[in-house]
Design a protein around this ligand. Structure first.
Ligand SMILES: Cc1cc2nc3c(=O)[nH]c(=O)nc-3n(C[C@H](O)[C@H](O)[C@H](O)COP(=O)(O)OP(=O)(O)OC[C@H]3O[C@@H](n4cnc5c(N)ncnc54)[C@H](O)[C@@H]3O)c2cc1C
Length: 560
């Protein structure tokens, strides 16, 4: 007689042992379109490494263990260090070794920004915490390379593809990580309220200063240096490079008070720090600290869009793979009409985020150099905050919906979807929260009339004679042509941002995606049933089969 009560049936493992790029025809197609075909072999190798069970396990372990603050060594000397699980370092080694972080600055080939974006899109599907130090380090590069002396000191170390976790002075290290420090207790969005002071060493004109004060959020606090905003004796704000070690070989007085106990992003350390006359070296012009750090923030905002797009893709892939196998009421979930509506909607949202994120990345490339493309500059200035608000918010909703496709299995900690869900809100909060992004868009529309007009003209061209898009575009005219009452606009800033982003996504899909995707997006986002929960759509308006096949081919196409 068999006494066993333990049998397992109709349980579906998460998708593993796949090349994350091979199962994503849309990403491959858009990379080729953007001139990044040369990067595909490397990205396939990276997608394969990331898609392994072992890498997913490392991601789970790095998050479960989390960082631990070590303020003192065994004999009581301050070290203000953070200890990480070895899997955190393994993931950073993988990330940095693949080279996407430095690629936009180390490589001159067209498509370099799209290729770098793809690296982030792949990595972010498996582990998001490691993207934080990578993003801050990458984003500091355009700021630091403006200063020849600083670049001569740091440039090679920033572009180096090795991960060096050692806690040593910068001069002793082949490669370094950087962070940023703006947010203080009394305010994060309003950087002008910063109270940390910088007292120049040896005369008012000196670029060296001693910093006193604090930062309330200081992610990756054990990075080799941070760019920090502080107030000068003249009352203005300047930006300073504050390393862990001073030039005289002593530890710099950056005291890590504690680490935040965060909702998500748990593999990554975010500290609270105090500066006890910490040594800093000014970056950028005196009194221009906010524009200096904002150049860095603009780049980090692009990466927030990419990171959230990656989360959306990760949720979609696992949801679809699960629904194709899991049976309910006698059929796989993916064959149930209502589940198909949900999955198709998630697929539309995911590709809309993808084309937007890649267009933005391309704009960063085309806006570089002595003759920047004016449309690219317009995209960079106007669409960065708009996309940051929209995509990061949509990722939160999408994470909850993708989790639910797995039912209770999605809600338990063994599921990668649970971690993804906890991770999702952070991109919306940091680097400029939602409202701040909407207000930034409004400010830019008001100040940068020529850029707004260029964007509007481009969107008009992209709408063609599609009546639903044409109507949406005409409704945006007052915004882009400076005919907006600023007093009324502020309360509507989210509404305006939403309209602009949806239109931009529709135009991009119309130009660059298959008809099923473009038409599906327009029908569901510009029709009578817009705005609501995922799956609340009329499937008769969609080619659901085509959408699901593109989102996750049943048989992945052969690799390049
Ligand atoms: C995990 C994590 C890591 C972080 N790491 C760093 C880091 O490394 N370095 C760093 O400098 N910061 C970091 N931050 C801080 C983050 O950038 C700030 O939390 C964020 O900028 C918001 O600032 P705040 O928390 O002070 O909120 P507040 O500025 O008080 O804003 C609160 C809310 O009010 C809204 N708001 C603000 N102004 C307006 C307005 N005029 N109209 C309407 N609404 C408004 C905001 O959108 C927000 O929703 C991190 C935050 C998190 C969560």
């Amino acid at each position: 007689m068999d006494w066993s009560t333990h049998s397992v049936s109709n349980q579906v493992d998460e998708l593993r042992e796949v090349d994350l790029l091979a199962i994503d025809p849309a990403l491959q197609q858009h990379l080729r379109r953007l001139g990044a075909a040369w990067a595909l072999p490397g990205l396939h190798a990276y997608g394969t490494a990331l898609g392994r069970s072992e890498t997913f396990a490392q991601a789970a372990q790095a998050n479960a263990a989390g960082p631990v603050l070590q303020r003192f060594d065994a004999r009581g000397r301050r070290i203000d260090d953070v200890r990480f699980h070895p899997d955190w370092h393994a993931l950073l080694t993988l990330l940095r070794g693949q080279g996407w972080m430095a690629r936009p600055f180390a490589d001159r080939r067209p498509g370099r920004w799209a290729a770098a974006a793809a690296g982030m899109l792949l990595h972010g599907q498996v582990e998001a915490g490691t993207l934080c130090p990578a993003t801050m380090t990458q984003a500091a590069i355009p700021v630091l390379r403006r200063d020849p002396a600083l670049w001569a000191w740091l440039g090679e170390r920033l572009l180096d593809a090795r991960h060096d976790p050692s806690d040593r002075p910068i001069d002793a290290k082949p490669s370094i990580w950087l962070g940023m420090g703006m947010t203080e207790k009394q305010g994060g969005s309003d950087v002008r309220a910063n109270t940390t002071t910088a007292t120049p060493i040896g005369g008012a004109d000196s670029a060296e200063a001693l910093l006193r004060g604090h930062k309330w959020f200081y992610s990756a606090p054990s990075s080799d240096a941070h760019l920090v905003v502080a107030r000068t004796p003249e009352g203005g704000l300047s930006c300073y490079l504050v390393p862990r070690w001073r030039p005289d070989g002593q530890r710099n007085a950056v005291r890590i008070q504690r680490l935040k106990d965060k909702l998500g992003n748990r593999s990554n350390a975010s500290g609270e720090v105090e500066f006890e006359d910490a040594w800093g070296l000014r970056v950028g012009e005196p009194g221009r600290g906010i524009p200096t750090i904002l150049e860095m923030a603009t780049h980090t905002r692009l990466n927030c869009v990419l990171g959230s797009t990656a989360l959306m893709r990760a949720g979609l892939v696992q949801a679809l793979a699960y629904a194709r196998q899991r049976q309910a009421f006698g059929r796989p979930l993916a064959q149930q009409p209502l589940m198909r509506s949900v999955l198709a909607d998630l697929a539309l949202e995911s590709e809309a985020a993808l084309v937007l994120a890649l267009r933005l990345a391309q704009a960063f490339e085309d806006a570089e150099g002595p003759a920047p493309d004016p449309l690219a500059r317009a995209w960079q200035r106007l669409m960065t905050p708009a996309a940051k608000l929209w995509v990061c918010k949509r990722a939160v909703a999408q994470a909850g919906e993708a989790l639910e496709v797995l039912g209770g299995n999605g809600y338990v900690e063994e599921s990668s979807l649970a971690r993804l869900y906890r991770e999702a809100p952070v991109n919306s909060v940091w680097e400029g929260s939602g409202n701040v992004m909407a207000l930034d868009l409004l400010r830019a529309l008001g100040r940068e009339r020529e850029a707004a007009q260029r964007l509007w003209d481009d969107l008009a061209e992209g709408c063609g004679d599609e009546p639903r898009l044409r109507a949406a575009q005409v409704a945006l005219a007052p915004l882009c042509q400076g005919r907006l009452d600023p007093a009324l606009a502020e309360g509507q800033a989210r509404r305006i941002t939403q309209r602009l982003v949806l239109l931009a996504q529709a135009v991009l899909l119309r130009r660059h995606a298959p008809v099923a995707v473009a038409e599906g997006f327009i029908a569901t986002r510009f029709g009578p049933d817009t705005a609501g929960i995922f799956g609340a759509l009329d499937p008769a308006a969609l080619d659901v089969e085509a959408l699901l096949a593109r989102a996750l081919p049943e048989t992945p196409p052969a690799s390049d």
